[in-house]
Design a protein around this ligand. Structure first.
Ligand code: SER
Length: 321
């Protein structure tokens, strides 16, 4: 991975991956693309940025050729809650975008990464320590596109030799760019509200556990997997990875250690609650550990300290507190 084209670069993962790769590979070796272009945004202004709708195959191929990249990191997709509001559009965007990106990777012989998710599992998978290889019958459109995507990426590897690799991300927690339209977003929002208002109304019910990870560990995982020795990879699309599993009251308790007056109430959203209940409580990531040395650094309390410190600094700079 020496010269990379990234789709969905302005999203929660993209914005942090672009910054990391610009630092590691050099400004001219990262081509950030997104369907939106924002003014005064470091992703658009501090390196190469191109506007790209991933449904446009010709433009995607043209950009990959123009910059002579060796890798595509395809991040553009709708998340779970948004996808449930418009399932047909979610299928069109998630699958057409992925197919286009894989076709370009095949044509130009590029390495390939696209994330899957814990959403690829459905209610019939064992919810605790869910195995890497087991039944996958998701009941959300997002999950359907993720399982189909994993199969498609494996197909391109087996049939055309595309060096495709991927991980099933859990809920990702970060302070730079907010996630948009996921079920796990509460675990980001809670930190924002804890600092700004001292309280949070949670849309996920008490006792609902889901896997989570701090963004630094997620970015490190992508870099590590893409640089991993292919000889060691028994799996490819996709590896389970996780750093922690918690229910809303556990993250609230962690925040209370630093903000003792923090208060949480619940107003459960039936749509997102049903999605959460169809996903695992915790997944088994032993294959990622064995095959490419995945090793997350942040547990819940370490992440809470980091989120509260970084967000407080950000809100002060923005004049919000
Ligand atoms: N964080 C994602 C979501 O909630 C899961 O992949 O949709």
């Amino acid at each position: 991975m020496k010269k990379v084209l990234i789709t969905g670069a302005l999203g929660q993962i993209g914005s942090e991956l672009v910054a990391r790769l610009r630092n590691d590979l050099g400004l001219n070796n990262v081509i950030a693309t997104d369907v939106r272009q924002l003014e005064n945004n470091p992703i658009c202004e501090e390196g190469i940025f191109e506007k790209l709708d991933v449904k446009d195959y010709d433009k995607l191929k043209e950009l990959a050729q123009k910059y002579q990249v060796d890798t595509i990191v395809h991040l553009a997709a709708l998340l779970s809650a948004t996808a449930e509001k418009n399932p047909k559009f979610a299928w069109d965007l998630n699958m057409t975008g992925l197919m286009n990106a894989l076709e370009v990777a095949k044509e130009l012989k590029l390495k390939f990464f696209a994330p899957s998710s814990i959403a690829a599992y459905g209610p019939d998978a064992n919810p605790d320590n869910t195995p890497q290889d087991t039944v996958m019958h998701p009941t959300t459109m997002y999950g359907v596109t993720k399982v189909a995507g994993e199969l498609l990426e494996n197909y391109y590897y087996l049939k055309y030799g595309v060096d495709s690799r991927s991980v099933r991300f859990p809920g990702l927690i970060s302070y730079k760019v907010e996630p948009g339209g996921g079920t796990t977003d509460y675990a980001v929002d809670i930190y924002y509200q804890a600092i700004l208002t001292g309280k949070y109304e949670c849309y996920i019910a008490q006792g609902t556990k889901m896997d989570m990870m701090y963004m630094d560990d997620a970015i490190e995982a992508v870099v590590k997997l893409m640089n991993a020795d292919p000889e060691r990879l028994i799996h490819r699309n996709s590896f389970n990875i996780t750093a922690m599993s918690f229910a809303p009251e556990e993250v609230a308790a962690s925040i209370k250690k630093y903000i003792p007056n923090f208060e949480m109430t619940y107003k459960v959203d039936p749509v997102r609650q049903a999605i959460a209940e169809s996903w695992p409580n915790s997944i088994d990531d032993s294959c990622a550990k064995a095959e490419w040395d995945f090793s997350p650094q942040f547990d819940l309390d370490k992440m809470t300290q980091e989120m509260l410190t970084k967000l407080t600094k950000k809100f002060k700079a923005e004049g919000k507190i």
